[in-house]
Ligand binder design. Structure first.
Ligand code: ASP
Length: 421
């Protein structure tokens, strides 16, 4: 077997193993119910703890290393602008897709739904967007780091990285060497952790199937299907179109290398936990430089959530339909804007989107109890929207890399050792 086919074989194997892990996990959860948990939970916990272990150090070193290789303030600004534009455009495309579908199919009209949960039991989000912006500036970066508060850590790392580039040549080179080395080591560790994914996803999916009540899907099935359709259109039409038109790359080649990250997102429902896997797939398989991936993906994992944005707008309008409240053009516009803000504000953790939904409902004057209506199917919807969140982050990295002049040669074939910057 020559070297290339050996590598391709290895990459495919991991993806296959993860698929098998998910399938067997679901099967075991279904067959054995909660008796599988003592066996499934330890597997899930080891995998999740390993990933969580690496998130914060990975974010610090990937952002620092990204900013250091970007170099000047001007290039940093230009990369930042492209990133920002991609986030806004892709999220808006997602929101419009959802909004069109929910207005065409009107899944909430005439739906017979009792409240599934009292609203007091449901967390609602802090409404103040200005406060959210202020909190990006850490009062104590070390505290933010220890608390796993991602945005303040990113903010501080960008500033620190920028000022390292302003140091005298010798200091700059020494620090850059150390930081690049640390990032490289984190990536190697990440790659090792990813090989535990098949067992981890087995455990996670067994728990989900063993503990989720599927009865709610009968009454909420139509709503569920509309969100899924929207997510599918975004994943298989909108994002590939952006990849083709803006990045001029073959979407299939990119998607093929993304399976480990997408399946991890699907299983964990957490963009943050999936971040290490995403960086690994985007750099190793889609050949985006560590400079772009290391800078974009940590920010994207918390700020760019297309799946969540789409879901926010569909859920809010669905709830209005259930209550028989007509939303005019102005109010639908408010849903668009607040769905975008809610998706930016949502943390990359399970069910964060549901909590942020209260922001959208509040903005258009819908009853907050509405959250209780959709709660029953949210855990499963979260799996799909998180997958789309991760997919969109990865497409953003590819698009921005291409706009930065990267060729991405070899996209779609895994590389073992990536020594590029
Ligand atoms: N779980 C999602 C994520 O981590 C956020 C959400 O709940 O929509 O990306």
């Amino acid at each position: 077997m020559n070297l290339t086919s050996k590598k391709a074989h290895r990459k495919l194997s991991l993806t296959h193993y993860i698929f098998i892990g998910i399938f067997l996990g679901m099967l075991a959860g279904w067959l054995f119910g909660e008796t599988i948990l003592p066996f499934a939970d330890p597997l899930a916990n080891v995998f999740l703890r390993l990933l969580r272990m690496i998130i914060m150090p990975l974010i610090v070193f990937s952002i620092l290393s990204g900013v250091l290789s970007i170099g000047t303030g001007k290039s940093l600004g230009s990369l930042g602008l492209k990133t920002f534009l991609y986030y806004i455009i892709s999220s808006m495309l997602a929101i419009f897709t959802g909004q069109i579908l929910v207005n065409i199919f009107r899944p909430g009209v005439g739906a017979e739904l009792g409240l599934q949960k009292e609203v007091e039991q449901i967390a609602t989000a802090d409404q103040d967007f200005m406060d959210f912006l202020f909190r990006i500036i850490p009062e104590n970066p070390f505290q933010s780091l220890a608390a796993g508060d991602v945005l303040p850590v990113i903010f501080f790392s960008i500033l620190l990285g920028y000022f390292i580039t302003r140091l005298k040549s010798q200091q700059r080179t020494t620090l850059t060497d150390v930081i690049d080395g640390a990032f490289e080591a984190m990536m190697k560790l990440t790659h090792m952790i990813i090989w535990s994914a098949p067992l981890g996803v087995f455990g996670i999916n067994a728990r989900i199937v063993a503990t989720t009540g599927f009865d709610a899907f009968k009454s909420l099935g139509f709503y569920f299907a509309v969100v899924l359709l929207g997510l599918a259109i975004h994943a298989f039409f909108n994002l590939p179109m952006l990849l083709r038109l803006v990045a001029r790359v073959d979407p299939i080649k990119h998607y093929r290398g993304m399976f480990p990250a997408l399946l991890t997102a699907f299983s964990t429902s957490s963009s943050m936990v999936t971040l290490p896997v995403n960086i690994d797939c985007v750099t190793r398989n889609s050949r985006v430089s560590k400079k772009v991936a290391g800078f974009l993906l940590p920010i994207g994992a918390t700020v760019n959530m297309d799946g969540t944005a789409l879901y926010e707008s569909v859920a809010a309008i669905f709830i209005a339909q259930v209550y028989g409240i007509h939303l005019g053009f102005g109010q639908q516009l408010i849903v668009v804007v607040t769905a975008l803000l809610a998706s930016i504000g949502a943390a990359g953790v399970p069910m964060a989107g549901l909590v942020m939904l209260s922001v959208v409902l509040h903005a258009v004057g819908l009853p907050l109890e509405g959250v209780g209506i959709i709660l029953a199917v949210d855990r499963v919807l979260d799996m799909f929207r998180t997958t789309v969140n991760i997919l969109s982050d990865s497409c953003g990295a590819v698009i921005v890399a291409r706009l930065e002049g990267e060729t991405l040669e070899g996209m779609g074939t895994a590389i073992e050792e990536d020594s590029r910057d």
